[in-house]
Design a protein around this ligand. Sequence first.
Ligand SMILES: C[S@@+](CC[C@H](N)C(=O)[O-])C[C@H]1O[C@@H](n2cnc3c(N)ncnc32)[C@H](O)[C@@H]1O
Length: 217
Amino acid sequence: MRVIETRIPNVFILEVDGRKFLVTRSEYPPHYGERKFNGFKEWRLSRSKLGVLVERGIKIKIERDWKILYLGAASGTTVSHLADIADRGVIYAVEYAPRPFIGLLRLARERKNVIPLLRNAELPESYNGIVERVDLIYQDIAQKNQIEIFEENARFFLRDGGYGIIMVKAKSMDSTADPRKIYSEVMERLENNFRIINSVDLEPYHKDHIAIEVGYR
Ligand SMILES: C[S@@+](CC[C@H](N)C(=O)[O-])C[C@H]1O[C@@H](n2cnc3c(N)ncnc32)[C@H](O)[C@@H]1O
């Protein structure tokens, strides 16, 4: 087994029997059926858009001690890997659907750095006082008004100079329009309050999705 470092802490490429796997260093049990290797867990790209960004070597930045607000945590698939990366930090994980939230609770029981919040991301005031100023807001909610939701959460919680990663699903914004038109409208709107750092197509793992990285002021 060969272990290759990446630019992100606690994230590696493993070579096992001639196959390569993106993995996070983790002593915890599998959370969503991913493979476990001696001290590492497979990061399945078909299940996690952030995994695709990391695997493509995009220059995203996440530090071990970061505070992160995660909007649209679902059952915690991607949160489980972020919790491995930010092992000295904290992840405030917001999800409003009770069913996936059960999985997120299961994750939070084994991880000290995951704080699950059964809340609507449209109402950041409902978790103000629990969530502090964060270094990163990660959003994956596939909603028509998701940029407005991101802006509002940034206003409440993102520190000056903070960083955002936004997953945009074209079909959720408009099921008939050309995805490229939607992406350029989204970027234009984001430019009112943020600096666009990068945008990355997530095909073929996630159809009609892009990831946008932004800086705050
Ligand atoms: C694509 S899934 C997220 C997958 C997850 N990010 C991952 O990689 O493991 C989108 C999630 O966002 C949640 N969601 C959508 N709108 C929301 C809102 N306004 N507040 C909180 N959660 C929301 C949905 O219930 C769903 O679980």
